[in-house]
Write a new protein. Structure first.
Lengths: 388, 220
């Protein structure tokens, strides 16, 4: 029967070409949207790698002030750490967790180049964000006296850069020949939020007299409220006259950041939802028309021994065969993505998206064909033959 | 072989009730070639549909091989149509998107027949009607007579005991019509029971027995 259906659809391929293209287009759009969803969902299910609930971001900007910046920042740090409401505080570069800023560079080890997010932080960073160190240790101020700049990397960076070796105590080079020594490895660090993929990250110890990195992450005690925030801003503003002082909560930044990821996904979902609805309605209409035009054939098949369920099965089978033709064409395009490693995404993401898109297409065509097929089966054979 | 007792068929709409068949009693014996004649609208095709289990009577009883079929399920009726009956229609009812041989194979699709066996049986049926050289053609490439021969091949491919033909020569010229009747007579002489609806008195006279209908009533 399957061969018969293939023959029937193949012989009518000219008539069905638009329908085949429509289902193919729906598959491609669905594949794109599902890739996006699977990518984000997989990221979402991976732990973020740090704690941010009680952490504030004190953003300082020196504006016109150019004198003694490093010392002023050091004094501010001391002041911040002195509050009883503060558990720990750490200075870092402007690419604080969930911010839109990004600092990237590539490093090299044994002819292997890896691009990574660079975070310039101090020795307190892992305490502020509760970043567990998996191997080695977090760098300390004392490491600054060494020949190489101490860094901590994350697991994915270690895997990429050192392949199957341990990265601990290895010396690596930045693209401008600055040399680093790996003193520790942390597990995950998804600085842009849960939807971010676990990409290579490198934490570099700030120099004592650094004057460029003026964000302070503050871990507060539970229950610390806006009163402390007001006091903190007031005190810091008094210490740094003319500077810009802003406090943001990381948990709020996280929500904003995640919305930036979710909104495009939602827009794509809505657009593809409309498209799929159109495809479904189109299919439904075409099938209804098809069945009306093929009443004689239905009557004939009933006369030849087809039961009602076999007529339903035939029309469902035809639409599955038709969808299969479209999907075969679609798969030729879709499999290029994992094969050619497009967008550097994990192959598994594409494979899951392909399988899900195939399943959704079959579900849609089945739902669209079900009602017309049932109606076809219910046509009385004598009436169907008479109408022809 | 086919027995109809007091068969009545009424078509009802919300406002009209039409008596299509009234008190029909038919007994077709195995191996008979029976024709049903009558003017247009007298109920010939309705009677053939009832005999062919494509339609149910409003009243009366139908027996095929001594078994009443009223209580048969859709599945059972379909199996009976597939195994015992072969249909030939005036308008051929060929599927234009399938080749001649694929059209002939259709009844065998509803049995557990392998693809190879289906092909062999369809080829044999086409040989019987003299169309073995047209197997790969499509219906649109055939003449009316050839189409009807394909329809006959399709009717006989499953080796049914009864062939029901609804004006099989109605769309053909007299030469073609005679040719088709010749094939049916040959099938009858080979053992098939045939019930044929026709308008053509001359054709009807060539069959064993004639059932005449007028306004849904059996008049002869």
């Amino acid at each position: 029967m399957l061969r018969h259906l293939f023959k029937l659809i193949w012989n009518k391929k000219g008539t069905h070409s638009l329908l085949i293209i429509e289902v193919w287009a729906a598959f491609m759009v669905l594949f794109g949207v599902l890739t996006l969803i699977v990518f984000n969902l997989r990221n979402y299910l991976q732990p973020i790698g740090f704690q941010y609930e009680q952490v504030w971001n004190l953003e300082l900007s020196s504006n016109q002030d150019t004198t003694d910046i490093a010392a002023k920042l050091q004094r501010t740090m001391q002041r911040v750490r002195s509050y009883s409401e503060v558990t720990a505080a750490s200075r870092m570069s402007s690419n604080t967790p969930f911010s839109a800023n990004q600092i990237g560079n590539s490093v090299n080890y044994n002819k292997v180049d890896v691009g990574a997010d660079f975070y310039y932080t101090d020795s307190e960073f892992n305490r502020v964000l509760d970043v567990p160190v998996k191997k080695g240790r977090w760098y300390a101020d004392a490491d600054l006296v060494g020949k190489f700049i101490p860094i901590v990397i994350n697991q994915v960076m270690e895997n990429k850069l050192f392949q199957n070796e341990s990265g601990l105590n290895k010396v690596i080079k930045r693209s401008d020949n600055v040399t680093y020594k790996v003193v520790g490895v942390v597990d995950k660090f998804k600085g842009k939020g849960l939807f971010m993929s676990d990409s290579p990250a490198l934490f570099q110890l700030l120099e004592k007299n650094d004057r460029w990195n003026s964000n302070i992450l503050i871990k507060t005690k539970p229950g610390t409220d806006a009163n402390f925030e007001a006091r903190l801003v007031k005190d810091v503003a008094m210490m740094l006259p003319g500077w810009g002082v802003e406090v943001g909560y990381l948990k709020d930044s996280r929500k904003n950041r995640e919305n930036l990821t979710l909104v495009p996904v939602l827009i794509f979902l809505i657009v593809s939802g409309f498209l799929l609805t159109n495809v479904a309605l189109g299919l439904f209409g075409v099938l209804n028309l098809n069945i009306a035009k093929r009443k004689g054939e239905i009557g004939l098949r009933r006369a030849m021994g087809a039961t009602e369920s076999k007529v339903t099965g035939q029309f469902l089978g035809e639409i599955w065969v038709l969808a299969t033709f479209s999907l075969i064409i679609g798969l030729i395009f879709a499999v290029q993505f994992p094969l050619m490693n497009v967008f550097d995404l994990d192959k598994e993401i594409y494979i899951i998206a392909i399988l899900a898109a195939v399943a959704v297409i079959y579900i849609i065509v089945t739902l669209c064909a079900w009602f017309p097929s049932k109606q076809a089966a219910m046509i009385h054979p004598a009436v169907a033959l008479h109408e022809e | 072989m086919i027995k109809l007792q007091n068969v009545e068929k009424v078509y009802r709409t919300s406002s009209i009730e039409t008596l299509a068949l009234n008190n029909i009693n038919v007994d077709v014996k195995k191996g008979e070639f029976v024709s049903i004649m009558g003017p247009s609208g007298c109920g010939k095709s309705t009677l053939l549909n009832i005999i062919g289990l494509l339609d149910a009577p409003s009243k009366g009883q139908i027996e095929i091989d001594g078994s009443p079929v009223e209580r048969y399920t859709d599945k059972h009726l379909a199996e009976l149509r597939n195994r015992k009956l072969g249909f030939i229609f005036q308008s051929f009812h060929l599927i234009n998107d399938l080749s001649v041989i694929d059209n002939v194979e259709i009844p065998l699709l509803y049995r557990n027949t392998s693809g190879k066996e289906r092909r062999e049986l369809a080829q044999a049926a086409l040989e019987k009607v003299g169309l073995s050289n047209r197997m790969k053609h499509f219906p649109k490439q055939l003449s009316g007579g050839q189409k009807q021969r394909v329809a006959i091949a399709r009717a006989i491919v499953g080796n049914p005991e009864i062939i029901l033909a609804d004006e099989p020569t109605g769309n053909l010229d007299s030469a073609m019509g005679n040719e088709i009747l010749g094939i049916l007579q040959k099938l009858n002489s080979d053992g098939a029971t045939i019930v044929m609806v026709t308008h053509d008195e001359a054709m009807a006279k060539k069959t064993d027995r004639l059932i005449r209908l007028f306004d849904g009533t059996q008049v002869g």
